[in-house]
Design a binder for this molecule. Sequence first.
Ligand SMILES: [Zn+2]
Length: 328
Amino acid sequence: MRIFDWHCDSIIDNVMFFDQTLAKNDGQVDLPRLQAGGAFVQLFALFGFHEPRGYKGHADDPYQGKLYTPWEHVLVQYDVFCREMKNFSDKIALATCVSDILENEKMGKISALLSLEGGIPTEGKMERIDALYDMGVRLITLTWNYETPFGFPNSKDPDIMSRGLKPFGIEAIEHMNEKGILIDVSHLSDGGFYDVAKYSKKPFIASHSCCRALCDHPRCMTDDMLKTIGDAGGVVGVNFYSYFLNEGCEYTSIDDVVRHAKHIADKAGIEALAFGSDFDGIQGSILEFEDYAGMPRILQAMEKHFTSAQMELICRENSMRIFRDVVG
Ligand SMILES: [Zn+2]
């Protein structure tokens, strides 16, 4: 069975920072492993820094003699992404709509989707959202771990956690709904989450999140949030980071992933369950299944709990449905 995965950090983290390529690298995602694991669609995040950074992401160590603003850094990452797509165009290609995905599949290629993770590079300008759309970005994660022009991040501080979207965030939701960009609530404050639920007229997504009832971490979704996403026709991509699966644990077992997947299906509905691996963003965890090539081991374990029709929904159809509903 082939897999739609809603989040990895591979472009910035291995390809850029370690001068590697998708042909083969030391991270968790490259073309041989995507192929071995059964990739159908892989989303690649462009990362939004909160302050100027060098090429390698260090604030104080400008590589190639230059510090880039958060927006400039997104453009540099985008250039690297385009280089990779061009160099391996026989195996992988950007998709910006459902027909691109289906066309790529017909040609035997993996589809790559683009997102922006963390809204700081937008600087609160709607034309930045338009520029990202023109680059092919079809999902925006409104915050990473910092305040952005959209709103506030998840936090252990109840005051920050309760804060809703900012006026630009509310306006941007309407704009993203109209343009066909998915709104991603992973990393967002609980207050921001409920504002997205209130203002978005389209289904929305938690691209890489787990369940707070099973692991009490503010990055995880409460049962009520899971149900809210499911009721809105959205999806939740289960994240493989051990600290979101088990409090304070550095090891990700296949059973942990299955446990959270089952809980998402239970609270949000089977039609809301998807994958959001977070590969190459979760180097702090030791994974039982190692990397993308280990995905079939997760599917095998899930097949004990889900029917083959349900597995088809989880691996592919739920994600295709929301992509079709929002992006087209
Ligand atoms: Zn993330």
